[in-house]
Design a protein around this ligand. Structure first.
Ligand code: TXA
Ligand code: MG
Length: 323
């Protein structure tokens, strides 16, 4: 075991917060069985106390300690996608803290696919509660540096595992109802799930359990953000130049105009590579004092669902900004 993992485990056992990389985004970890440690997560994030947390496990063999009445579908999904970017909502085992579940009778569980995360979880040999390691409502961090910038001294240690490979948060699937539903889309898509389940799950409705990432405004930069169709992006650039403002643009096409007032970042035109880069780019442009940010709207097809979900929430706080 490396010295860093040693120290991280010791800190977790003392009830301290340890941020760690996963394949999706960085998590803000605490011992999921220690109520005071879990409270610290909410304080560090500024997150409302009734929003439940995902418990991260070293492997599916730990499921029984946290969940009860586990359906066969849960084992099938765990076999197919763990370790990986999929969170399962199951009935909670007696003794799981109310601060973890938000007082609900369910718990969110996931085995992340990152070597450092797995090393940490195996060494800790317990559940680590971890939301994304950002302030509440802000963009999720995909590098150790983002976590430091965002949370500073509120976190005792940040394990650095490089940039996250997936780049957006896990798919959340609710297995506690009559029908299996997706509460939060992610890079494990409905069709992938359907191949294992024998039936493609639909999106959870308004009666679904609370998911903070399903609030209209979330994952958001502080600069107003507009999602625009390709042709409108060019209008926005012209408008900005006329008003002598500073505009940040994220789009797959190359920058058609060279002007210091336009900060242009090219992004891939394919969902996995787009997801990998989008949070880091939004965060970078958010720090450049732009008057506003523009992201070129991706296609409305199923393989872009998770990316479109995050983009629309990131833009939701900025008023009527999609077109
Ligand atoms: O990829 C991820 O899932 C990352 C990494 C760190 O694992 N974590 C993450 O955590 O995105 P967080 O807290 O930012 O988002 C987790 C979402 C929240 O919206 C929460 O409401 C939902 O999971 N959640 C957790 N437990 C739940 C439960 N029992 N029922 C419904 N939703 C739940
Ligand atoms: Mg989050």
């Amino acid at each position: 075991m490396s010295a860093d993992i040693d120290r991280a485990v010791a800190l977790l056992r003392q009830g301290e917060l340890v941020a760690f990389p996963t394949e999706t985004v960085y998590g803000l970890g605490a011992d999921a069985a220690n109520p005071l440690a879990v409270k610290r997560i909410f304080a560090a994030k500024g997150r409302p106390a009734d929003h439940p947390l995902i418990v991260h496990l070293p492997d599916a063999g730990h499921l029984d300690r946290w969940a009860r009445d586990i359906p066969a579908t849960a084992h099938a999904l765990a076999n197919a996608f763990w370790p990986g970017p999929l969170t399962l909502i199951l009935k909670r085992q007696a003794g799981v803290l109310d601060t973890i579940t938000g007082g609900q009778d369910t718990v969110g569980l996931r085995v992340p696919n990152h070597p450092l995360a797995l090393e940490l979880l195996r060494a800790f040999d317990g559940g680590v509660a971890a939301p994304s390691a950002n302030r509440y409502g802000h963009i999720s961090p995909t590098t150790a540096r983002h976590v430091r910038d965002e949370l500073g001294d509120a976190v005792a240690m940040v394990l650095d595992g490089g940039p996250c490979q997936v780049g957006i948060e896990s798919t959340i699937v609710d297995l506690t109802g009559e029908r299996t539903t997706i509460l939060r889309p992610g890079m494990v898509g409905a069709v992938d799930l359907g191949r294992v389940l024998g039936r493609t799950p639909g999106m959870g409705g308004d009666d679904a359990p609370r998911v903070s990432g399903s609030l209209a405004a979330h994952y958001a930069p502080r600069t107003p953000l507009a999602l625009l169709q390709p042709d409108v992006v060019i209008f926005a650039v012209r408008e900005t130049l006329a008003a002598n403002e500073r505009l940040g643009v994220i789009a797959p096409m190359a920058c058609p105009i060279s002007d210091p007032r336009i900060v242009w970042r090219q992004i891939a035109g394919e969902p996995a590579a787009f997801a990998h880069d989008i949070y880091a780019l939004l965060r970078e442009l958010d720090g450049l004092n732009c008057t506003r940010l523009v992201v070129q709207k991706p296609p409305a097809s199923e393989n872009w669902r998770a990316v479109n979900d995050r983009l629309s929430r990131a833009a939701a706080g900025s008023g009527a900004t999609t077109s």
